[in-house]
Design a binder for this molecule. Structure first.
Ligand code: NAP
Length: 530
């Protein structure tokens, strides 16, 4: 399948720009086929105009139409077959097996959202029936449900070229909410982006969705993303990437005449606490699991365990030796882009040279372009408390082992943490009793708390929270993974005194959708007799 490098402005292909860029294979720094245009302001304006028109139609579509559309996108992605996997592998250096798994996750989450929409109760239909005889004033009939907010700008992430990109969780949840989507493709995998965009547009046509339901604009300059976020037709932004990029878009969105929410997931260091009894009983297996988690996907996960806190104990030396040994045997591996590989190397250098952190062990290295070595630092609890740079994310296979002086210092470190996506504790029942306060603190610091596991591996399901307090995200009350991600793109609308004929289907007396509704304070599927 030929890569054309053009955008999809609604259903029309377009390439009006004069600035171009190409994809680079990070394994050898060679340019891959396809010349991509930076989207022009006019193209972005046309895409948003079409999305506004599409929104008026999409929000009237019934739940079966939306569910079938999401399932059709999944079908079309699978139909791309090896072409998608091969191009994605060339653009990212991620192994084909990983990409096949990620494709499964991508179509799985589209189907999960389809099931959610088809069931229908996610709209939180809430009904308080009228009390016309209430004294001193009668009470009106009040009904509330979640309604789509409008066109959404989605920024594809570099590290999940399928599951957090064009048809990833942000797009799936926005479309599930009946919001049109305009994707700003990530410049690290523009060919993959184009292929997946074509699959979505095929589904748009097959399912008779309005033009403007989906558009793709590509670009390798911040101007493309900025123009999109500034466009007044855009009602929310979903982003996964760096703190710098997410915060810039958050500030831009807040400086608009009409500020809009930015759901930016910007990563974190994901502290792991290893408590004394667990260290003694199973330090070996924890060391092995930790190193696997650090190295997974060349550390290019926002849930990478970047900081490990262990209270002083005679078992620490042996634990550190095991981690050091496994890290020293870790092969060097290729990162996603030259920029990401260089950022990794220079951040490791800063920790070593400017912050003065001691390197406990480094992995194997070679001269292949964009290959990096795993690195583990070791610092004291006091050094960590005195230098918050040690808590900053190093995007890649790097972690900082922290030896805390006392239990009190462990708790102080926990209290000093910024917001993180996850926090993990390894312990025994006795440890959990001794460190009970730790859980009270960590609950305030992270979106997902893990016991005796590792933070990498984010399940796509109903109960997942992939989010956390700032600076891990700009919207701590939400998640970007799992079905609750849909709540980012809706808002509650209350209908007071409406006749049945004017109400949305989910709020009508008959409850033909057969959904769970909160009626006068009780969850029920019963219809209402007025
Ligand atoms: P990024 O630089 O944040 O870029 C992500 C997307 O946002 C790209 O499409 C980029 O477009 C756009 N963007 C960034 N800054 C922008 C701005 N000021 N205005 C408008 N658009 C902007 O992320 P990346 O390229 O994937 O990787 C860079 C670093 O991000 C990594 O080294 C790593 O530290 C971090 N990262 C974190 C995660 C995570 O899971 N939290 C994932 C990936 C990367 P342009 O490139 O066209 O400007």
């Amino acid at each position: 399948m030929e890569i054309t490098g053009q955008h999809f402005i609604g259903n029309k292909v377009s390439g009006d720009g004069i600035e171009t860029f190409s994809a680079v294979n990070p394994v050898n720094n060679k340019t891959l086929p396809g010349v991509f245009f930076n989207a022009t302001t006019q193209e972005i304006d046309t895409a948003t105009t079409k999305s506004v028109a599409a929104y008026q139609i999409l929000k009237t579509k019934n739940k079966e139409d939306i569910a079938a559309f999401l399932e059709q996108i999944a079908e079309e992605i699978m139909a791309l077959g090896d072409t998608l996997i091969t191009r994605c592998n060339e653009e990212t250096a991620l192994p084909e097996a990983r990409l096949i798994g990620e494709r499964g996750r991508t179509v799985g989450q589209l189907r999960l959202f389809a099931a959610l929409v088809r069931e229908g109760s996610w709209v939180d239909a809430t009904i308080d029936t009228a009390e016309p005889n209430r004294a001193p004033v009668p009470k009106s009939d009040l009904r509330q449900m979640l309604r789509p907010i409008g066109p959404i700008a989605v920024f594809g992430a570099s590290n999940f070229p399928l599951a957090f990109s064009v048809a990833g969780g942000d797009t799936a949840s926005a479309l599930a909410a009946s919001c049109p989507v305009i994707v700003k493709g990530h410049p690290a995998h523009p060919g993959t982006t184009e292929l997946v965009a074509r699959a979505i547009l095929k589904a748009v046509k097959t399912c008779n969705m309005p033009e403007g339901t989906f558009s793709l604009v590509q670009g390798n300059t911040t101007k493309v993303g900025e123009t999109l976020v500034k466009h007044l037709a855009i009602k929310a932004v979903a982003f996964t990437g760096s703190f710098k990029g997410g915060k810039a878009l958050f500030d831009l969105a807040n400086s608009r005449k009409e500020p809009i929410p930015v759901f930016a997931e910007m990563g974190s260091t994901n502290p792991v606490f290893i408590l004394p009894k667990a260290l003694k009983e199973r330090g070996d297996s924890i060391a092995a699991g930790l190193v696997s988690s650090i190295n997974l996907g060349v550390g290019q996960f926002c849930t990478n365990p970047g900081m490990v806190i262990i209270p002083k104990d005679k078992g620490i030396a042996s634990f550190c030796d095991q981690v050091a040994d496994k890290i020293s045997q870790s092969p060097s591996a290729t990162m996603l882009t030259p920029g990401i590989a260089n950022a990794y190397k220079s951040t490791v250098d800063i920790l070593r040279n400017s912050v003065g952190a001691e390197i406990l062990s480094s992995g194997k290295n070679d001269d292949a372009p964009n290959n990096v070595a795993s690195t583990v630092f070791k610092v004291s609890g006091t050094e960590l408390l005195n230098n918050n740079q040690l808590e900053q994310e190093v995007f890649g296979p790097c972690s900082v082992l922290v030896e805390a002086e006392t239990k009190e210092q462990v708790l102080e470190i926990a209290r000093n943490l910024e917001g993180h996506l996850t926090a993990t504790v390894h312990g025994t029942p006795e440890d959990f009793e001794t460190f009970a306060e730790l859980f009270q603190i960590l609950e305030q610091k992270a979106g997902r708390l893990i016991i005796n596991g590792f933070p990498t591996g984010v399940e796509v399901c109903h109960a997942m929270t992939h989010g956390g307090p700032y600076p891990s995200t700009t919207a701590p009350q939400t998640t970007s993974v799992g079905t609750k991600a849909i709540k980012r793109f809706v808002r509650p609308v209350c209908y007071q005194g409406f006749p049945d004929s004017l109400l949305p289907e989910s709020l009508k007396d008959s409850n033909t959708h057969n959904i769970w509704r909160l009626v006068n304070g009780t969850f029920t599927k019963e219809h209402i007799n007025r």
